[in-house]
Design a protein around this ligand. Sequence first.
Ligand SMILES: [Zn+2]
Ligand SMILES: [Zn+2]
Length: 360
Amino acid sequence: MMNDPSGGRVRGSKTYEMLWDCQFCGTKGLLGKSQRFCPNCGAPQNPDSRYYPDESQMVEVIGHEYVGADVICPACNQLNGAKADFCQQCGSPLKEGKVANVLAAQQRAADGQFASSGPRDVVKEQFDAMMAQAQGSSGGGGSRRGLMIGLGIVALIVVGLVVFFGWRRETTLIVAGHSWERVILIDEYRNFTESNWHDLRPAGDNVVMGMCVQRQRSTRQVPDGETCTTVRMDQGDGTFRQQEVCSPKYRSEPVYDNWCTFSGQRYEAARRVPTSGASLNQTPVWGEPNLRCANQRSVGCERERGREERYIVRLSEPNRVHECVFNDQAKWQSFGIETAWKGQTRVIDGALDCGTLTKS
Ligand SMILES: [Zn+2]
Ligand SMILES: [Zn+2]
């Protein structure tokens, strides 16, 4: 047993003959390893005509020693074993010789049957390869084209965003009205009960864990046997290797944990005290919070959590009214009623950038 490059376990490796058909006399199903010449007409084997047999035609090669793909003699086209330094037919050195092409590996699931991959039309394959090469050199690679389209789309989006937000014009606006909103946020100290995982205890005072139940919290992957496929690999020397490649399989399994009730006391958001006004003449004021037993840490007592304020100015164009919201009361008051201001509006949707307002 050994490992294959994809990480799976390999077993049952055996070597079989590739097949080839004689292009000259049409004899079919010749053996790639044992028949280097056509027994009928004597023509040499063309390594490009090799194909995988179907399962009924398989001929095992016993005791095969694989040394590498065949080398084609650059002088006479004779096939030579990978170990040879000189052509066994004409004696030319093989250093410059082309190595025989190999077919892509074939794969089947454990229960299927392999079909024959051939026979092959060598002339047509050469023609197709030439055409593909000619198109490739003129048109550029497909994945490269995809990349260019992708970059083009990104560039268009960027340009679109820049135009949308950046294309502006200056507009004159008249102050048409004011309003303000203030809110005091109030918490109440309360008893609480909440459920969570045992290790996710909520914050609070005197928090205790009550009942717990088992519940599914996540899933984990556990080994569950293996998946095997049989693979055939053309070795380029007139043989192919067939072997079973197995990789581990996993299934997901639920992981249980304790889901618990916690109880204790803590501050929770309880109520809001809002005030508002609709003109510059109504001076903004805060509401009266009237906190119950203010700031005592006992159930039912209240504290102030925070305050929020918004100051809104309405500005009008001839056929549109904008609203600008400020946090700064002094800024809001600087917009006198019916005074004129200049500001930038976006050309695409007409929205006003409140940060650009200046008195005109
Ligand atoms: Zn022949
Ligand atoms: Zn030769």
